[in-house]
Design a protein around this ligand. Structure first.
Ligand SMILES: Cc1cc2nc3c(=O)[nH]c(=O)nc-3n(C[C@H](O)[C@H](O)[C@H](O)COP(=O)(O)OP(=O)(O)OC[C@H]3O[C@@H](n4cnc5c(N)ncnc54)[C@H](O)[C@@H]3O)c2cc1C
Length: 303
């Protein structure tokens, strides 16, 4: 489908526009393209799951509109796996910067006339960074499992409908947790580096800006968990003796199906559920704070 003429100008009926400066990720161009009374040959449709005949009749191998919709959204699984890894690496990078800083930066002595102590000798500082470090490790372990599942399905070794559904459910569950946790961790690391953390050259502010939209694209973080939860609860109900499976949303034919697309499609607002909850990750869920509540350095408490 030609969009521009030989001089680079948009063809009649086609308009394009850059999105302008964004809150982050400005190394990537985003824009919009609009068509007004432009005829596109029906052979040029992205018609993996549906077709339009010469007489205008629509047909699809997937009869249920809901099932068709979720089948196409399944193409987003690759993006969700990638975001999970990128967010986890972003959190690890922020931890690395903040822990290095905390291990070198000295503030005050311990009241005994000794040398000033490093920030990481303060209990408060440890509790800000170390539980999040543990959580970042846990995220890497989870991401490794996700990658193995992804490889099994897309590499063909375990390309079954059940494994595809498992992969999509796992990706939809992990992407919100890891991206929200990365934002939370980066902000805490930024503050843990004080004023230096706010300097662009120390990367934390830019990292937060770039990862901000990770909560939104490739499936909004508030919507994805309702997908995973519905699949898990349907699975658990079906495996409970004496209980019938009640797949989400409404009928079995509308349930998020297993699928085999590799195409990239539209992102996002996948779930019709009006009641998604925000399971924002708190580091305290993973690692309980230590018993000490002092904000002053514990004697020789280098961790
Ligand atoms: C930088 C950038 C790059 C992008 N790149 C791509 C791309 O390459 N390909 C692509 O296809 N898309 C892309 N997108 C679009 C992106 O996937 C959507 O912005 C995202 O899916 C959210 O949709 P929306 O903006 O329409 O928000 P809305 O749907 O208007 O959502 C607004 C708010 O309402 C909430 N909400 C919406 N629906 C529900 C619901 N059912 N239940 C509960 N809450 C709900 C959301 O959680 C959100 O908080 C990109 C967006 C950005 C910002």
């Amino acid at each position: 489908m030609p969009i521009r003429d030989e001089d680079g100008a948009c063809l009649p009926g086609v308009t394009s526009e850059d999105d302008g400066v964004k809150g982050g990720l400005n190394g990537i161009d985003n824009g919009r393209l609009a068509f007004d009374h432009v005829r596109i040959p029906r052979e040029n449709l992205l018609n993996r799951y549906g077709d339009v005949a010469a007489d205008g009749t629509y047909s699809s191998d997937i009869p249920s509109p809901g099932r068709r919709f979720f089948t196409m959204l399944g193409a987003l699984v690759q993006g969700r796996v990638s975001l999970d890894g990128a967010a986890t690496t972003g959190a690890a990078l922020a931890e690395y910067i903040a822990i290095t800083y905390g291990n070198q930066r000295r503030q005050f002595d311990s009241g005994t006339g000794t040398d000033e102590v490093v920030l990481l000798d303060y209990g408060r500082h440890q509790r800000r960074l170390l539980p999040r470090l543990a959580q970042t490790y846990a995220q890497f372990f989870a991401h490794d499992q996700l990658l193995r599942t992804f490889d099994g399905v897309f590499g063909g070794a375990h390309d079954t409908p059940a494994e595809r559904e498992n992969l999509e459910t796992l990706a939809a569950a992990l992407k919100p947790l890891s991206t929200w946790n990365a934002l939370d961790t980066i902000q805490e690391c930024r503050e843990a580096c004080g004023g230096a953390g706010f300097m662009a050259e120390n990367r934390l502010v830019g990292l937060h800006h770039d990862l901000d939209v990770y909560a939104t694209f490739e499936g909004d973080n508030n919507v994805l968990p309702s997908w995973s939860a519905s699949v898990c609860s349907a699975t658990s109900r079906s495996s409970s003796p004496g209980r019938m499976p009640r797949p989400w949303p409404a009928t079995p034919s509308d349930r998020p199906p297993a699928r085999s697309s590799t195409a990239r499609g539209s992102a996002g607002s996948a779930s019709p559920s009006p009641t998604s909850d925000r399971p924002r990750v708190r580091s305290s869920w993973v690692c309980a704070p230590s018993s000490s509540t002092s904000c002053w350095p514990a004697a020789s408490s280098r961790w």
